[in-house]
Design a protein around this ligand. Structure first.
Ligand code: PLP
Length: 394
């Protein structure tokens, strides 16, 4: 029998395992399985970045650091954002608005820890990465869901629906653009409407921009930083994971109003106590010398997207929109039923690992997610294998 440890934090007891893990455990040990279920590609971090961190470690950069990251790196991040998003004058981000974190995940946890009081609501635009909901709940909040919809050939958000979901308990609106799992991109006009509305109502915007570099029809995705004042109620979540192929490093950053810097430092102190010192050098190198790497990754993802969508679009049971951004195919399968069971069946029948739509909130059931940040041969092999299960008639 399971040991009885007595009463525990009810929020912890209420946490559920994500169905992505349930599916992955089902297929983990299969010989020759092609895993496209997680949000990462198959390439390791480029050597010039790992060398910089390894050299720093050998040099003895193995001590505690500033809780919010060393100044050189925070300065580098600010200058990266100013260059990438062309932020000038009042819009330019200052070093004191930037805090280094243990990944985008930690950035979003910090934002929620800072603002949520028990019973607060956070409006979450989904389908979305499941950890968002859990992070709201573990911090005593309640998530309220608003769905984007697949119409014709793109995903759409109805702003009226978003506004209608806001109540006097709403503390924040969470938006992830470019979006996981859909690849949805919030255009500037809607960003401006969102910001105006949030200002008027005195609520926070938490903008998750970890896929800002992975966009195919322009240089960079529109950022909330391009329209917000330094003291707006805005957090922007970012990460080294996706653009620089550094998922295992656990490095990200949070952009926040300058006045919240000391609060972030205190929270980091009592949670992770900061990022390993030698990793800072890898991060600085990634930002200074990584532009070519990002360009190559973007080209690889674009090629991967087209390999996957050329096939999906020919299969009668599939509805999908070829995304402008991020690195996921999120597609509906006519007559599929439970997406978790379907993913397990796909593993059993054709040895390809996909993520079930049910993982991505109330609007996700009926869909499957495939990450196409992989080698073209691997994606072709996966699509060949999937054709037998998903490629048939309605
Ligand atoms: N936000 C979104 C939308 C994501 O998809 C992910 C990772 O999949 C993250 C944040 C967190 O990234 P990390 O913690 O690896 O930096």
């Amino acid at each position: 029998a399971a040991p009885d440890f007595g009463p525990m934090n009810p929020f912890v007891e209420g946490l559920e395992e994500t169905p992505i893990v349930e599916v992955a455990l089902h297929g983990w040990d299969r010989q020759g399985l092609i895993p496209l279920w997680f949000g990462e590609g198959d390439l390791p971090t480029p050597a010039f970045i790992t060398d910089a961190a390894a050299d720093a470690m050998r040099r003895g950069e193995t001590f505690y650091t500033d809780q919010r990251g060393i100044h050189d790196l925070r300065k580098e991040i600010a200058s990266y954002m100013n260059r990438t998003f062309e932020l000038e004058g009042d819009l330019a981000v200052d070093t004191d608005r930037v805090s280094l974190t243990t990944g985008g995940m930690s950035s979003l946890a910090l934002a929620m820890q800072i603002i949520l009081e028990p019973g607060d609501e956070v409006v979450v635009i989904g389908p979305i990465w499941p950890n968002i909901y859990s992070t709201v709940e573990i911090n005593g909040g309640k998530s309220v869901h608003v769905s984007i919809r697949l119409e014709e050939d793109d995903w759409h958000l109805d702003m009226e629906e978003l506004y209608a979901a806001v109540t006097d308990k709403t503390k924040a609106i969470f938006v992830n653009s470019p979006g996981n799992p859909t690849g949805w991109l919030m255009e500037r006009e809607q960003q401006q409407q969102l910001l105006d509305f949030a200002r008027e109502r005195g609520i926070w915007v938490i903008s998750d921009e970890v896929y800002h570099q992975l966009v195919f029809d322009r240089d960079v995705a529109p950022s909330m930083l391009q329209i917000a004042e330094p003291d707006d109620r805005l957090f922007v979540i970012n990460s080294f994971s996706k653009s620089w192929m550094m998922t295992g490093w656990r490095l990200g950053w949070l952009t926040h109003p300058a006045a919240l810097g000391p609060t972030v430092a205190k929270l980091v102190q009592i949670t992770t106590s900061g990022v390993p010192q030698f990793l800072h050098r890898g991060a600085i190198t990634a930002m200074r010398e990584g532009d070519e790497v990002i360009k190559q990754l973007r080209e690889r993802c674009l090629a991967g997207r087209d390999i996957v969508f050329d096939r999906l679009e020919a299969w009668p049971r599939i509805s999908a929109a070829r995304p402008k951004a991020a690195f996921y195919a999120f597609f509906a399968v006519d007559g599929m039923g439970d997406s978790i069971a379907a993913c397990k069946e796909i593993i059993d029948k054709c040895n390809v690992g996909l993520a079930p739509g049910a993982a991505f909130g109330p609007a996700g059931e009926g869909y499957l997610r495939l990450c196409y940040a992989s080698a073209p041969e691997r994606l072709k092999a996966a699509m060949d294998a999937l054709e037998g299960v998903l490629g048939g008639p309605k």
